[in-house]
Write a protein that binds this ligand. Structure first.
Ligand code: ACM
Length: 745
């Protein structure tokens, strides 16, 4: 038997404070402060309503999590276990968002100058308590809660700590967005940048322009992949797989207001983006009269990339169209900024459009790009009448030919992605503020949708596999050689997530986590306080919170984590054979002696062993040197072990229903439930696309309603498919497990 492993949950460590982002100053002392079963949170009478409101929300959150505790709010600090009072030190120490938190054995004192500061102080208390408290989940009756003895003075490095989500290429529900807002709040991020529109879909209800959602929120087809696939995409819409269009998917104005309100409770502002005049095909498909090709309307785009089909910025009616859209959004989103995109806007159509040519002449321009600058300036003047200022992507100042003096007049905040640092420096030197969201660099970046490694089992996605978690963490948002005067314009950082390659919420979570947390720390903690080793320790502890919240995340980045694998079921001491079907990927598992097997197509004689406890097994990963863990295993039969499970969390309840297809041959196949080999399903041919065959499987003897699963496989591939509805699109290239003659995965 192999010697095993650290135990779960992870144990408390002396001097360790599980607080991410790392606070500005934190002194840790011996001892702990244990929460009494009955206590009050007392707000000083000197504080106003907003502090009381924040304290009440904190009390409500603790009541929800500290099951069995008697917790109340008092309007005096006398005899309170948690005292909430004005900060009396130098204002510069805590600023407008900071706080001071002193935890002694006998109680806790939180002081601040602002409502936000109190909120973040309360969040710190919750974060240092067991994982479920930060999430607002209920604990068990009888649980004991304590904090380390600490003295913290904290304030964020940057005022803007953002997360951008593209909901055009893939639509996320309000509930899915709220999950991210919850995470942002735990990590003290404060701006949700909502990329609401793009070529591939319009997602915001605009009352004056209903076609934006009746036409623009739907596309006929979608080139998709998902978290279960390695190097594989397929058309899911009319062109192939489902035969159904993607959408219509959009948020009603009430839903957008609901998101704003939910975010506001977490002190998160929502920055809406309408990307224009480029990345505007969904709008042009809906209202082609405002495009440069009214007689040749485009369709909502199904390709990824940059379209030449853009708004006709020389048509006053088209500019009014843009203004009217923004006007409705200005009413919904209280944040005093609105983002109008401006990235990747080809000028091709303007160059050949009569109205654009005339306007070019009339304004005496020297480059067609300047039409875009004039458009931005006009929109800027317009939104200022609504009390708003603009955000624009960095092309507004970095694209050749832009009118920089006009851009300067807009006072826009420049969101810098590519070239990020050059763009930020240029913005600063123009006197404009800059947000750092580096798309990719040799030293890391903040586009957290990109592939984070080239490990076997890493799902298909954008990028080269070198946008690692460590690179993301270590990326320096303000390089040392930026002068203090310029650095004052670097007002924030943002984790940015584009969804061209992401077709599910779990895939979003897997790629975003933990890199979102890296950017959160970059936003809050000073450069001097950042330390990868220390961060990784805290991140590892946060696996408890991510697990409790059932988040999918890049677990393989955590230290000392025992990866869980769901086994169905295995014989103690059984010898099993793992085959890498693709033959072109590094081996992901090591044998029980720790030997790495990185060559060839097969790794044989892997011994899974019991840890001596009923139904628990381990196997070691050679990639990470970590062990895989198999729980709830009855002795005596097969293991169903997916290499990807090393990296991903899965929902246990959906892992049971597999169907083996051995082998697939045109339309007639044996489809067996792997548990008892009874026929439970039928396979139907479903057409071809991109040279691959598509099949449809229906469960025919399930007590449930028929579940339909579409498969994308070469006809002779032997495979097993998960019919749970969660992970239904498998293709070849996975690690297979051979049991006798039968390939079961
Ligand atoms: C961008 O990534 N096109 C801003």
């Amino acid at each position: 038997m192999i010697a095993l492993l650290g135990s779960l949950p992870l144990k408390a460590e002396k001097g360790f404070v599980n607080l991410t982002p790392r606070p500005k100053n934190c002194l840790v002392y011996d001892g702990t402060c244990q929460f009494p079963q009955k206590f009050t949170v007392g707000v000083s009478a000197e504080l106003g309503d907003t502090a009381v409101l924040e304290a009440q929300r904190f009390v409500d959150a603790l009541k929800a999590s500290l099951t069995g505790y008697d917790i109340s709010l008092a309007h005096s600090t006398e005899d309170a276990f948690i005292r909430v009072a004005p900060y009396t030190g130098s204002a510069g120490n805590v600023g407008t968002e900071g706080y001071r938190l002193v935890v002694k054995e006998e109680g806790i004192t939180l002081t601040s100058l602002t409502q936000k500061g109190f909120y973040y102080g309360f969040q710190s208390i919750r974060k240092m308590l067991p994982a479920h408290v930060g999430l607002g989940l209920a604990g068990k009756a009888g649980d004991v809660y304590s904090l380390p003895i600490v003295s913290i003075t904290d304030t964020p490095r940057f005022g803007y700590r953002g997360f951008m989500l593209d909901v055009s290429r893939h639509f996320f529900t309000v509930e899915e967005i709220k999950r991210f807002l919850d995470l942002m709040a735990i990590y003290k991020m404060n701006v949700f940048h909502w990329h609401l529109t793009d070529d591939q879909g319009w997602r915001a209800e605009i009352k004056q322009y209903p076609k934006l959602t009746t036409i623009g929120a739907k596309r006929s087809d979608s080139w998709d992949t998902d978290i279960t696939l390695v190097d594989d995409y397929w058309w899911t819409g009319e062109g192939g797989f489902t035969g159904k269009p993607y959408g219509p998917y959009f948020y009603t104005q009430d839903e957008m207001r609901e998101v704003v309100a939910y975010a506001a409770e977490r002190h998160i502002d929502v920055l809406p983006e309408v990307d224009m005049p480029g990345h505007f095909v969904a709008a042009m498909a809906s209202y082609p009269e405002y495009s440069c090709t009214p007689n040749n309307p485009p369709s909502v785009w199904t390709n990824w990339g940059v379209s030449t089909n853009v708004l006709n910025v020389a048509n006053p009616a088209a500019v009014d169209f843009a203004k009217n859209i923004l006007s409705e959004l200005c009413d919904i989103f209280p944040y005093p900024y609105i983002h109008i995109g401006g990235d990747e806007c080809p000028t091709d159509q303007w160059k050949t459009n009569a109205a654009c040519q005339a306007r070019y002449k009339e304004l005496g321009l020297t480059d067609y790009r300047q039409l875009q600058t004039h458009f931005i300036k006009e929109i800027s003047d317009f939104v200022q009448t609504k009390g708003k200022r603009l955000f624009c992507w960095n092309e507004s100042i970095t694209a050749g030919g832009s009118d920089l003096s006009l851009m300067k007049e807009t006072g826009a905040t420049i969101m810098c992605w590519n070239p990020c640092q050059d763009g930020a420096l240029k913005a600063a030197q123009m006197g404009l503020d800059a947000i750092i969201t580096e798309y990719h660099s040799a030293t890391g970046g903040y586009y957290i949708n990109r592939r984070q490694s080239n490990d076997y089992g890493e799902p298909t996605g954008a990028g080269y596999g070198d946008d690692t978690v460590e690179g993301c963490y270590n990326y320096v948002p303000v390089p040392d050689n930026v002068s203090a005067a310029d650095a004052a314009h670097y007002i924030g950082v943002q984790a940015t997530f584009w969804t061209e390659h992401v077709s599910s919420n779990e895939y979003l979570e897997y790629l975003a986590l933990p890199r979102l947390i890296c950017v959160a720390e970059a936003g809050w903690s000073t450069q001097a306080r950042k330390n990868w080793t220390d961060f990784k320790k805290r991140l590892t502890r946060d696996t408890e919170m991510l697990d409790a919240g059932r988040f999918v995340y890049g677990r393989h980045w955590m230290d000392d984590y025992v990866h869980r694998v769901y086994v169905n079921p295995i014989k103690d001491g059984a010898v099993v054979t793992f085959t890498n079907q693709s033959g072109d990927r590094p081996r992901c598992l090591a044998d029980n002696n720790g030997t790495l097997n990185g060559q060839g197509n097969e790794c044989t004689n892997w011994l899974l062993e019991s840890n001596g406890k009923d139904g628990e097994y381990y196997i070691k990963s050679c990639e990470s040197g970590k062990y895989l863990y198999a729980a709830n295993t009855a002795s005596g039969s097969m293991v169903s072990l997916d290499a990807k499970k090393m990296a991903w969390t899965f929902d246990e309840t959906t892992m049971s229903s597999y169907v083996a297809i051995c082998p697939v041959a045109n339309t007639s196949v044996a489809v067996n439930n792997n548990v008892n080999n009874a026929t439970h399903a039928r396979l139907f041919a479903h057409g071809t696309s991109n040279g691959a065959s598509f099949y449809k499987v229906e469960l025919i003897s399930s007590p449930d309603a028929v579940k339909e699963v579409s498969l994308h496989v070469a006809p002779t591939t032997e495979q097993i498919f998960d019919l749970s509805g969660r992970r239904v699109k498998r293709s070849k290239g996975e690690i297979a497990i051979v049991d006798g003659q039968k390939v079961i995965l």
